[in-house]
Design a protein around this ligand. Structure first.
Ligand SMILES: C[S@@+](CC[C@H](N)C(=O)[O-])C[C@H]1O[C@@H](n2cnc3c(N)ncnc32)[C@H](O)[C@@H]1O
Length: 229
């Protein structure tokens, strides 16, 4: 189908009540790109009981994880974002709560995605649940992303996974979108050098998967590896 026709089909689907939009055709104004499929795939394979995301905006990552949880038939995503002006809103994505709610509802993911309108610092203060999948895409300053790692990674379960977005900015310093206060690459590089297993996909500004156990979880039938942090 030509671009023109597929755009018309998408608009029609989105505007007719009762006809669900197609996830891949929804426009979330997000820089996550096709890496949303990585989150979907991890959630389908890992079958998290509890997933947490820090930084939701209009809900692209939340909807891909939520869709995976729905297909799994279990699990819940807690999607944390103040949905107000921060230093890290994408262009035209400041007051995103209503739009995120609309997107989650349009995809019938309200049971899978719980929207928490709060900063990660506040949400962390009363966090108690073990987390199987943690996606960090909120405050991208070095202090902010480090704080999110330190507050939430101790809750991650033994084979749980942490995913960071925007980890490749130091490898593309001339990009027109570059910012001197971007701290995600530095933090994830520190984790890698400290011995945490880090695998990076060099697309969509960099998506890094981290196992939050120094030198990885042992595959031998022995004592669980010591956690650090
Ligand atoms: C790049 S956007 C997230 C994009 C989203 N994950 C997606 O898939 O499109 C970054 C978001 O982080 C949020 N944010 C900034 N500081 C935050 C904090 N301290 N706690 C939680 N979210 C925060 C902003 O409100 C913004 O919506």
């Amino acid at each position: 189908m030509s671009n023109y026709l597929s755009r018309i089909a998408r608009r029609a689907r989105q505007s007719i009540p009762g006809i669900a939009p197609k996830l891949d055709e929804m426009d979330f104004h997000s820089g996550l790109g096709d890496s949303a499929h990585l989150l979907y795939g991890i959630a389908r394979a890992l079958k998290p009981r509890v997933a947490v995301e820090i930084g939701s905006a209009r809900g692209k990552s939340a909807c891909y994880v939520g869709r995976a949880l729905k297909e799994n038939g279990s699990g819940k995503l807690f999607a944390i974002d103040p949905h107000t002006r921060t230093d890290w809103n994408d262009e035209n994505s400041v007051d995103t709560l209503d739009e995120m709610r609309r997107n989650v509802r349009a995809l019938d993911l309200e049971k899978q995605v719980e929207i928490i309108r709060e900063t990660s610092e506040r949400a962390a203060a009363r966090w108690m649940l073990p987390i199987d999948m943690l996606f960090i895409d909120g405050d991208h300053s070095y202090e902010g992303v480090k704080r999110d790692w330190e507050l939430f990674s101790p809750h991650v379960s033994e084979f749980g996974i942490v995913v960071f977005h925007d980890t490749m900015w130091d490898r593309q310093p001339d990009s027109p979108y570059s910012r001197s206060d971007m701290g995600v690459p530095a933090l994830v590089e520190e984790l890698r050098v400290s011995g945490y297993p880090v695998t990076t996909i060099n697309r969509d500004f960099g998506v890094s998967i981290v196992q939050p156990t120094v030198s990885g979880v042992s595959l031998r039938n022995s004592e669980p590896a010591a956690r650090q942090g």
